[in-house]
Write a protein that binds this ligand. Structure first.
Ligand code: SF4
Ligand code: FES
Length: 204
């Protein structure tokens, strides 16, 4: 695989062909905020928080770094007036759904995002898809998925699968940037009992 030389935030970075700009930046210790990226999962490009500015052959574009491939002599800026402005707005939109999520609050501080800018639609889930994709791609269980569409889209555990698989796993819990996943699991447990709780399971 051939090596590609690019520039990220003024630093010369060597990347392998096929890498994304996000991977190249991370390999060089340059941080780009992400909410839907996970190194074990296929690139998704859902949250758009990882946008960066790229410059090639005199053209400047805003691209999603977790799905955008590296290219020879590409110039990447992970922060710019435009990138920060868009990131701030993305965060404000997400905060309308999950105003109390710690991860979003920390990012909001860094980008000066106002959690009250948009009308609250506290669904708690920001649709990053980490839980759904992790369960499907890594665990191959499909115990959690999205139901409904558009603004009504929400996360839901499949009780029959969750009853068998989740009590002993819960690897998706720490991936969730909000409280939505745990809330959905608790709801599943209460609606479709007996779903073994961790406590009763560990006592078995
Ligand atoms: S429940 Fe959490 S991890 Fe799953 S899609 Fe929603 S925000 Fe992402
Ligand atoms: S981390 Fe790239 S779009 Fe979410």
């Amino acid at each position: 695989m051939s090596e590609i030389l690019l520039q990220i935030d003024g630093k010369e970075v060597r990347a392998k062909e096929g890498m994304t700009v996000l991977e190249a930046a991370q390999s060089a210790g340059i941080s780009i905020p992400t909410l839907c990226h996970h190194e074990k999962l296929e690139p998704f490009g859902g949250c758009r928080l990882c946008i960066v500015e790229v410059e090639a052959r005199g053209w400047t574009n805003i691209v999603v770094s977790c799905v955008y491939p590296v290219a020879k002599n590409l110039i990447v800026r992970t922060r710019s007036e435009k990138v920060d402005r868009i990131r701030k707005m993305i965060l404000e939109l997400l905060l309308a759904h999950a105003p109390d999520a710690f991860e979003l609050q920390d990012l909001a501080k860094a980008y000066g995002a106002d959690k009250n800018r948009f009308e609250k639609e506290a669904s708690f889930c920001i649709h990053c898809g980490l839980c759904v994709r992790y369960c499907a791609e890594v665990k191959k269980k499909h115990a959690v998925g999205f139901v409904d569409r558009g603004i009504r889209k929400e996360i839901s555990f499949i009780p029959e699968i969750a009853a068998k698989e989740c009590w002993n796993c819960k690897e998706c819990f720490p991936l969730c940037p909000t409280e939505a996943l745990q809330a959905a699991f608790v709801l599943t447990q209460s609606l479709f009992s007996p779903l073994p709780s961790s406590k009763s399971a560990s006592e078995e």
